[in-house]
Structures are given as structure tokens and as C-alpha cells.
Write a protein that binds this ligand. Structure first.
Ligand code: ADP
Ligand code: MG
Length: 354
């Protein structure tokens, strides 16, 4: 990256912020400082007035424990803004928090926000507007797979093709990239959350045990896998027996969890196959060398890389610190906005491109 002294100097007087507005976690990357916020994308609101009461980690703590007049929600659950005002409140809160940390008072920030690929014009506009009304001076949008690939260090501007598979909470984003653009992309609503639901369902069907989403997520993270483990493990899950109505603990094995989530894992793999089918043969040939890079929290499922490598016959690997790739990618864009603006998404009216 070229050193730009003007940009460097401006950094002291302006605030540039990259945001990964994820369905599960929001990360905020401040230019010159790095990732300063990493919190769950949760907001607790008053059911009647819809006034936000707590945001981020504090709101997630309340999940499943709120009194009747309070609900905890994830405004981006499916990857797009379903609750505009609440998303805006969340953005405002995180931007405010990042602001607090600057030494000198600075004007309104410039934002780079990651959005899922293939969202509609209306959805793009909603993210843009949420950023603007949260107090930004300028808002730039970048497609998440491009940000993830940049953050993972893939050579996306080269002619040679590369592939990114970002598995988050609500959505998985797949993209084949070449020359800084998306050649083929897929976005699906099967990712980490769906696997948690699979586990809840499995426990209910097999053991008549009703467990919470967070317990299911713990099981997935601790003993879940996509391929047999060198040493299978067990774990105790607690919940309520649906027949007796009493609390119960059941010991469950990693083999069972694998069986429970297999459908979701297979759906993701089938979508990778589908995307590769559509990619030009020259690029598929490139991918046999460059492999498939995985990012997002869901990519950390044990043995998922091995399972994908085996089924696709293309090496798949997990990026370093896979959960921060989108935020780091947005940071890379901010470092050199002038030269990298071709990677940004334009809006139909009032384009964000220069
Ligand atoms: P998003 O970008 O949608 O906010 P993240 O990239 O933050 O999502 O990933 C969140 C998802 O990753 C959750 O479903 C979480 O359960 C899952 N996850 C986090 N760590 C692991 C792990 N070690 N194994 C499997 N899944 C994981
Ligand atoms: Mg994400």
C-alpha cells in the first residue's frame, strides 16, 4: 500500500470507521487504532414504546431472561435490516463508543460498512441511510465477500481467481473473485444459527428435551463437527423434559451433534458446488491451486475445512482470525479510499462511487 502523507495527517483530524454489521456480531475498526469494538448485534427494547434499553453485549446477556415488557432482538438476523430504527440506534451507539475513544474532538466520521452481496437496492439504501442518520459524514458500502477476502489477505485484484466462503450467524456468503470483482456469488440463510436450531430440534425429537438456543450453540462450538473427529467427545446438555415437564440433563456425543447439523453443513457444501458450476473453467483451474478460503465464525466448526476439501477436491482452509476478516477488510479500504474505491458498491441515486 502506498504511503500517503496527506491521508496520514488527515487521520488526526478525522475519524474513519470500518464496520462489520454482522447478523451475530458487530465489529468496529477505527483507522489508526484497529478493532476497538466487538459486540453481539443485539438490542433489548421496551416492547410497548420500542425504546432501546440495552445494546450489544449487555443486551445479549438479557436474552431468554427478559421480563415480559422487554424483548431482546437481533435487528439484522437474516442479513438485512428488518428493523430500521433499531439498527440505526445500534449503529449510533457503536459509532458513539468509537468516538469516545478519540483524543481530539473530531467531526462526523466517514464510514465503510459491509453488506451482504446480492442485497436489493432498497436494502442497500437502508444501510446507507442508517449510517447517515447515525451521524456519519459519508457512508461507503462494500460487499462482505470482498471485504472478507481483503481482510483474509487474498490477492483479489489479481487476474487469477480466488474463492471466499464466509459463514456467519444468519447468512453464509460465497463468492468467486477475480480482478477486484465478483464473478459468481451466492448468499444463503443457512449458517451458524440454523445449526443451533438443528440441535434444538434433534434434542426435542430424540430425547424429548427442550434446550435453549445458547445451550445448542455451546454444544455446536464445543463438540460439533462436520467430519469424524480423531477422538469423539461427549457433553451434558440441560433443558426441560417435554413429557414430565421437569429439568433434565442428557449426555450427548459429538457423533450425534454431527448428525444433527449435517443437513445444514451439506446445504452449504452444495451451494459451494453450485457456485463452482457457474464459474468459468479457467477460474476453476485457478482455484485448484489457490483453494477456498473460509471466514466468519461458522467456518470454525471443527473439521469443516477437511469436509469441504474432501467433497470439493479443492483445498479449503480457515483464514487467520476468521471472525474479524470483514472488519479488517473494511479497514484496508479506509487506509486507501482513493485507490480502492472501485471495490465499493454504488447506490443508484447519489452513488457512493466518485
Ligand atoms: P455474523 O457475521 O453473521 O455476525 P460471525 O462471523 O460473527 O457472524 O459468526 C457467528 C457464528 O459463528 C455464530 O453462529 C456462532 O455460533 C458461530 N461460531 C463462533 N465460533 C464458532 C466455533 N468455534 N465453531 C462453530 N461455530 C462457531
Ligand atoms: Mg459476517
Amino acid at each position: 500500500m502506498k504511503f500517503n502523507p496527506l491521508n496520514w495527517l488527515l487521520g488526526f483530524f478525522s475519524l474513519d470507521i470500518g464496520i462489520d454489521l454482522g447478523t451475530a456480531n458487530t465489529l468496529v475498526n477505527v483507522r489508526g487504532k484497529g478493532i476497538v469494538i466487538n459486540e453481539p448485534s443485539w438490542v433489548a427494547i421496551n416492547k410497548k414504546t420500542r425504546e432501546p434499553l440495552a445494546i450489544g453485549a449487555e443486551a445479549k446477556e438479557m436474552v431468554g431472561r427478559t421480563p415480559t415488557n422487554v424483548i431482546a432482538i437481533r435487528p439484522l438476523r437474516d442479513g438485512v435490516i428488518s428493523e430500521f430504527e433499531i439498527t440505526q440506534a445500534m449503529l449510533e451507539y457503536f459509532i458513539g463508543k468509537a468516538h469516545e475513544q478519540s483524543i481530539v474532538p473530531v467531526p462526523r466520521p466517514r464510514l465503510v460498512i459491509g453488506i451482504p452481496s446480492g442485497v436489493t437496492e432498497v436494502e442497500k439504501r437502508a444501510v446507507y441511510d442508517a449510517g447517515m442518520s447515525a451521524g456519519a459524514r459519508e457512508v461507503y458500502l462494500i460487499e462482505e465477500p470482498i471485504a472478507a477476502a481483503l481482510g483474509a489477505g487474498l490477492p483479489i485484484s489479481e487476474i487469477r481467481g480466488s474463492m471466499i466462503v464466509d459463514i456467519g450467524g444468519g447468512t453464509s456468503e460465497l463468492a468467486v473473485l477475480s480482478m477486484g470483482g465478483i464473478v459468481v456469488s451466492r448468499s444463503l440463510r443457512v449458517a451458524g444459527d440454523e445449526m443451533d436450531q438443528d440441535i434444538v430440534q434433534y434434542m426435542r425429537n430424540k430425547y424429548n428435551l427442550l434446550i435453549g438456543e445458547r445451550m445448542a450453540e455451546q454444544a455446536k462450538i464445543t463438540i460439533g463437527s462436520a467430519y469424524h473427529l480423531p477422538q469423539e467427545k461427549t457433553m451434558t446438555l440441560r433443558g426441560r423434559n417435554l413429557v414430565t415437564g421437569l429439568p433434565e440433563a442428557v449426555e450427548i456425543s459429538s457423533v450425534e451433534i454431527r448428525e444433527a447439523i449435517n443437513g445444514s453443513v451439506q446445504t452449504i457444501i452444495d451451494t459451494i458446488k453450485d457456485a463452482l458450476d457457474e464459474a468459468p473453467p479457467e477460474i476453476v483451474a485457478d482455484l485448484m491451486e489457490t483453494g477456498i478460503c473460509m471466514t466468519g465464525g461458522g467456518s470454525q466448526l471443527q473439521m469443516l475445512d477437511k469436509r469441504i476439501s474432501e467433497e470439493m477436491r479443492i483445498r479449503a482452509w480457515v483464514a487467520d482470525d476468521p471472525m474479524s476478516c470483514v472488519a479488517r477488510g473494511a479497514g484496508i479500504i479506509l487506509e486507501d479510499l482513493d485507490h480502492l474505491n472501485h471495490l465499493l458498491v454504488g447506490l443508484e441515486r447519489g452513488s457512493t462511487k466518485h
